[in-house]
Design a protein around this ligand. Structure first.
Ligand code: TMP
Length: 216
């Protein structure tokens, strides 16, 4: 579906924990609704390749600190800003699979001294903010079943990440965003098509109110 105003595209973000089906849904939205699809981290760029080595626990000559890992993820988002901006201004709708909120949630969940919300969000300031964020949750009974071998795919860590996501979304400074640009969807017990039809109706019924791009 093309953008409703005819002047710029919508930027829709799908966020959520590992294994909540974000990538499957983004692929469906991209192919069925003609949205351009961006996934973060993008593991193809040189920065993305370092992130991939980190996530897949490949031995590196240079051990990465948690701070530098965080900045690499942020940098990976900045790599695509001009491209995303141009596409939106050309009227192209965009779907993004993980973005700033994953960046903050996974890093804050590590509980490293000094890496609080303010520190972790600072490097993303100025990035284009999604017009709508759809946050996928399950019933909280996720376990190690279905997780892969990547660094963060551990039950205990995912519980922490889930708490930090909630803390972020319900922060006072994010109140306006939550009221107007945010939908939480509990996908527990739903199959792929059921999740898709929920997301499609959320996306379809959402119209952009501000013709300027939103910025973090
Ligand atoms: P993926 O499984 O969606 O490819 O994401 C890879 C992992 O990277 C996932 O566990 C979430 C994590 N992540 C961060 O830690 N920081 C970020 O900024 C992003 C986008 C993802």
């Amino acid at each position: 579906m093309s953008n409703i105003t005819g002047t710029r595209g919508k930027l829709i973000l799908i966020e959520g924990l590992d294994r909540t089906g974000k990538t499957t849904q983004c692929n469906l939205i991209s192919s069925r609704l003609n949205y351009k699809y961006y996934k973060f981290p993008n593991r193809e760029t040189p920065i993305g390749q370092i992130i991939n080595s980190y996530l897949t626990k490949q031995v590196s000559d240079i051990p990465l600190s948690d701070q530098s890992v965080h900045l690499l993820f942020s940098s990976n988002r900045w790599e695509f800003q001009n491209e995303i901006k141009t596409a939106l201004l050309n009227g192209q709708n965009i779907i993004v699979d993980r973005y700033i909120y994953s960046g903050i949630a996974y890093s804050v969940a590590k509980n490293v001294a000094g890496m609080d919300y303010n520190w972790c969000s600072a490097c993303d300031r100025g990035l284009i903010k999604p017009d709508l964020t759809v946050f996928l949750i399950n019933d909280g009974n996720f376990d190690n079943h279905g997780f892969g071998d990547e660094l963060y795919e551990k039950h205990e860590f995912q519980v922490k990440v889930s708490q930090v996501f909630m803390d972020i979304f319900y922060k006072q400074e994010n109140k306006d965003y939550i009221s107007n640009h945010f939908k939480q969807l509990d996908v527990s017990g739903m199959n792929i098509e059921e999740v898709y039809s929920n997301i499609e109706s959320i996306v379809d019924s959402f119209t952009i109110k501000d013709l300027n791009l939103l910025l973090f």
